[in-house]
Design a protein around this ligand. Structure first.
Ligand SMILES: Nc1nc2c(ncn2[C@@H]2O[C@H](COP(=O)(O)OP(=O)(O)O)[C@@H](O)[C@H]2O)c(=O)[nH]1
Ligand SMILES: [Mg+2]
Length: 322
């Protein structure tokens, strides 16, 4: 039996459950989750190793979680949509995920249009079926969606309760071409631990704050020293206004303490070491509209810069040694 592999992109509007599905299929928490829309800001690659079973081929799915499809109104929003388009490019299959507790809206059409433009094969994933008591209610919904796009499969699931995921994996694997394993068996993501730490801190900010703060906040890890027993991390939470900073710091630093403790425990679990976490809060007015700052937040870009600096350094050395 052949080994199947390929790139599979999860697409859908904000809050449909894309990141919950990625984490459930990979079996590890790679993407942060919150009830607030636009939690995911960059594309996240998770690797699902599917063992061969009776009646099912084995394979490797490189799953790509994306920011929610929306009409952007800031540099950050535009960058998020670039991430969506880059994820769609060159993937073998798209999982269009819809929240069955919500009505079809123009925003959903926008997601479908993106798939149409890409011309990629797509499955329709109806998520949150745990919230629907009578499953027969799904039938008219399925009919309606089938008219909108020629989906190869329609699969009802609950990402949260892990219902229907075996069926989904089976269909995805058989929908992928025969191919090699792209990643070693013990690897579940390509995200650097340093970036995942900043996301874990951002998740604590999202969970602990309300109104504008979740959207106006971002996190950059400034220092990261991993040891065998202790990892030292210093990070800055950026917000847009003094008032937001006041709330993030809290009375006598209470809020900072809450965010810091919550994040530290999770980072310790991820790394398997003790963590010493130092947090700062800074105001950066209008950062969401600063293209250069938004680019700075992109870990792929950060890595490129490191490589460029290193090769620049190398050139300098060669020139003087000649
Ligand atoms: N009831 C229910 N809630 C879900 C399910 N999947 C996701 N959620 C919730 O929906 C919210 C958004 O989930 P998230 O994965 O961050 O959505 P994303 O914006 O599409 O990545 C969170 O509060 C999740 O707990 C599901 O299958 N059932
Ligand atoms: Mg998400």
């Amino acid at each position: 039996m052949p080994f199947h592999s390929g790139f599979v992109c999860i697409l859908g509007r904000p809050n449909a459950g894309k990141s919950t599905l990625l984490n459930a299929l990979v079996g590890e928490k790679l993407a942060i989750i919150s009830p607030k829309p636009q939690t995911t800001r960059n594309r996240i690659q998770g690797i699902v190793h599917v063992p061969k079973r009776k009646g099912r081929d084995g394979g490797q799915i490189v799953l790509i979680d994306t920011p929610g499809v929306h009409k952007p109104d800031s540099s950050l929003g535009r960058k998020m949509m670039v991430e969506v388009r880059e994820a769609l490019e060159g993937c073998d299959l798209v999982l269009v995920i819809m929240d069955v507790t919500r009505k079809f809206e123009p925003r959903d059409q926008f997601a479908l249009d993106l798939v149409k433009q890409s011309g990629t094969r797509a499955f329709l994933i109806l998520n949150k079926v745990d919230r629907v008591r009578e499953k027969t209610k799904l039938l008219p919904l399925i009919e309606e969606y089938r008219k909108l796009y020629d989906f190869r499969e329609v699969i009802p699931i609950s990402a949260l309760k892990r219902d229907g995921l075996d069926m989904l994996l089976e269909k995805v694997i058989s929908g992928l071409p025969a191919g090699p394993a792209y990643f070693p068996e013990d690897q579940v993501t390509d995200q650097p631990a340093r970036f995942m730490a900043s996301e874990i801190i951002r998740e604590q900010v999202l969970l602990a704050t309300d109104e504008e703060i979740p959207y106006a906040s971002t996190v950059i890890v400034d220092g990261y020293e991993e040891g065998s027993r202790l990892t030292r991390i210093s990070a800055t939470i950026y917000c847009e206004r003094e008032g937001q900073k006041g709330i993030l710091v809290g009375k006598r630093g209470q809020m900072m303490k809450k965010i810091g403790t919550g994040a530290r425990l999770q980072i310790e679990r991820m790394l398997g070491t003790k963590v010493f976490l130092e947090l700062y809060v800074k105001v950066h007015p209008g950062w969401r509209d600063s293209r250069s700052f938004v680019e700075e937040l992109d870990w792929r870009r950060q890595l490129e810069n490191v490589v460029m600096q290193q090769s620049g350094h190398q050139r300098g050395y060669n020139e003087t040694s000649e």
